[in-house]
Design a protein around this ligand. Sequence first.
Ligand SMILES: [Zn+2]
Ligand SMILES: [Zn+2]
Length: 222
Amino acid sequence: MIIETFVTTAFQQNTRVVACERTLKAICIDPGGRAYEIAEYIRRNNFDLQAIALTHGHLDHVGGVADLHRIFPNVEIILHKEDEPLYYALPEQPLFLGIPRMSFASLGLEFETPPKVTRNWEDKEIYKLGLLEFEIRHCPGHTPGHVVMCERREKKIFVGDCLFAGSIGRTDFPGGSYEKLMDSILNKILPFGDDVVVYSGHGPETTIGKEKRTNPFLNALF
Ligand SMILES: [Zn+2]
Ligand SMILES: [Zn+2]
């Protein structure tokens, strides 16, 4: 598995291009921005982009979808059904963060309505990318339609904003739930195993085992 990270937006979001090294089939997980650089990277490496794969609908994860999809108009856009309202409300999302409309332009938070989602993630589906197989798990809590993607043989999981090195996702946004997030982390993410490397939507990589031992939201439970 080839993984390239592009840090995007003022929120330092980790956009990732993930490719199967044998077939060069690729996905872009959570394009928050920098679409032209991402497209250039994809072309330079002769990757065959098959989808824009979204963990959830927050602006720092989807702000680059429109530009990337204009460059690659035939690729799928995949998002869980329950995050579609958030996704299509992208132009209004800064208001949810308490940012007044008059400040959108100066903060670089002016967004167009993003292109149509072409398919919805299903809980427990297997998503194939060349020879890679991602297990998709619906993990609500940070948003209602958040998903994570785990490649079990490669021992890598992409968790969006559910879990971070030393922290967990915020649950104080509309549709958030601390109880649901903890249930998602404990019962759907951690069981993938201690040696699985965690790729979060913000911050550095970690492992499930390290978070069980050291994450203040989790370590009292283990
Ligand atoms: Zn988020
Ligand atoms: Zn985020």
